[in-house]
Design a protein around this ligand. Sequence first.
Ligand code: PLP
Length: 386
Amino acid sequence: MDEGYGIETKAVRAGQTRPLLEGAVVAPVFQSATYESGDETSYHGIRYLRLNNSPNHLALAGKLAALENAESAVVAASGMAAIATALFTVLGSGGHVLAHRTLYGGTHDLLTKEFASHGLSFDLMDADDPGSWSAKLRPTTRAAYVETITNPLLEVCDLEAVVRFARENELVAMVDNTFASPVNFRPAEHGFDLSLHSGTKYLNGHSDIVAGAVIGRADLVEQVTHRLNHLGGTLDPHACFLLDRGLKTLVLRVRQHNASALALARFLEAHPAVALVHYPGLTGHPQHTRATRLLAGFGGMLSFELHGGLASARQFLQSVELAIVAPSLGSVETLVTRPAATAHLGLSRSQRAASGVTDGLVRVSVGIEALDDLLDDFGQALDRVS
Ligand SMILES: *Cc1c(COP(=O)(O)O)cnc(C)c1O
């Protein structure tokens, strides 16, 4: 597809094969586990569903690469399948990764609970403090790993310095771009080698599938695909179809998430019951200037603390009516959660404290409902907080 097309056009059309199959405007689900043999020269070229090469997989990979202006992409059975496979591939045997100290809970668990038994190691770093990184380098360090916007405190770390540091030290620069989505940040344009996604979130956007993606340098994506073929974490073709359908409205959805989250963040900031709001679009956010420079929008995620701490947070969650109290994020409906009780439950209280996740912190995934309805709902719930 023409690289000059706008991102809105790519979201709708990239990856589509021409001529259209039987003239169908929407490609069908290829519900076939295996395909007629041709003249395959390698194992990975055999057309078999686990090998991630069905027409649904290839269309989706083409669209994802186009959306991030990257060379290549592969989809996986979940975000964690994508992240784990990418890390295992890049780190090889005995590798070490330098990762930001606040990570998505599942990624943190992967490093702390799985790595050692596979002979892999990690160090946590402050991705906002470049001066502290070289002391943590080891001869086996192979990658630097960060998240575009961190969970749940919405930090925007020094991503440009991370890329420079990776170049200087021959590391693979990896970023979990789930929170930003390709609409707000395209890692390849900033020099990242690999971008990871939970497709469960904004990419699909409808809370009805679990999926993942690895997007970036073609040589690395090929290695990741081969590893994924061996490990077996392929995405079902019907889930591929749903993810492709969700992607068609990605740009429209994310623009609405950006606008509503900014308005809700400002509303919360001005409310007397609220002690602190974390949102990179607020001028008081510690990395607001950088976020403005790097991101096309500040995203749909925010978190806040109430003056009344944990008791008030519980009261707030019991009082919302439109917003749904549920983990996960990035979908059309507004979800609220207490990270200490969900995503960060795997961490000890001291680990949570170190990453700033207080027991009373409330995280919001702002959906695309009418903004006035959301403000009314948050307003009435805050009024009931003591
Ligand atoms: C949800 C999430 C993941 C994991 O994705 P799954 O699809 O649940 O496996 C990874 N990173 C971030 C930032 C996430 O929000």
